[in-house]
Design a protein around this ligand. Sequence first.
Ligand code: SF4
Length: 361
Amino acid sequence: MSTITAEINRIANQRLHGGRISLAEALFLYQEADLFTLGEIANEINLAANGTTVFYNINHHINPTNICVNQCRFCAYSKLEGEEGAYEQSIADILEEVKDAETQGITEFHIVGGLHPHRPFSFYLELLQTLREVHPQIILKAFTAVEIEYFSRIGGLPVREVLSQLKNAGLQAMPGGGAEIFAPGIRNQICPEKISGDKWLEIISIAHELDIPTNATMLYGHIESIADRLDHMEQLRQLQDRTGGFQVFIPLAFHATNTDIRKMGETSGVDDLKTLALARLFLDNFQHLKAYWVMLGEKIAQVGLNFGVNDLDGTVIKERITHAAGAKSAKGHSESYIRNLIVRANRQPQERDTFYQQVNR
Ligand code: SF4
């Protein structure tokens, strides 16, 4: 056995027996372990933690506007006010869009959008209150830390107060967007106007203190290094140690079309799968790992079920953000399509709600 193989086996055994792997060990695995070895280790860890169950949910994405005061270089979704393709939905428009939600079996509204230059904070409170009144059974998962910080500025309120008011209006959970990559040198190049990584972590930790669970994401495959990805995951791991408020980790594969970052086209399938596997190995305090099929494509997401993944996101319906950047996946799928992806990977599909509770119809 070569020294490299022996070291890979040592690190794998350490992790499989409940040990934590260091940044250096994770980097070594990414660089030296072949795709299938990494996948096999991640698969074993996932099967021990979650069995053969793979979760999905029936959700609807609401993106109230693409008008945004920020112009992040990687973002193909945002528009300036008056620019061709800019749109904004009123609360009435949104209610019309989701009017059949119950009959479609939807259990979650996932709400994120641009930082609109004129809408007051009260608009977002009213949006949640109205959705809560009209659709009382549907869980409201809304607003990234970037939006929360913007609401704090436009509302003249501390972040904690913004989150408390949103929670009173119906907010039950938050998505994990806006994390991108925490490393300042990279973040300053791809989204200099966006809040810092430290600020993102601070806002999320306040949400966790207020019992608002969140997701965690990482945008990869642009100009960051593998070490930057691991630094990002390390900071998430540390926060999870402190709060336990993260529900799932979601690596988001970068899409370059229509963005200002022209360095590359798409992430490779090998990189996508190695990144998923590495996340399962490194984030030992995250129970769930999601392959977001919208960004990965349905086929890589499905193969990811053998690389540590136990969640395939959901039906989505009307995805706008990644498709503005050239995603070739569908804008939404039926429940039977998602279940079929899981069954064909020899796993057991299980519908979940936002909080990873089983939904049995
Ligand atoms: S990523 Fe978000 S904050 Fe940045 S430009 Fe796009 S919509 Fe605006």
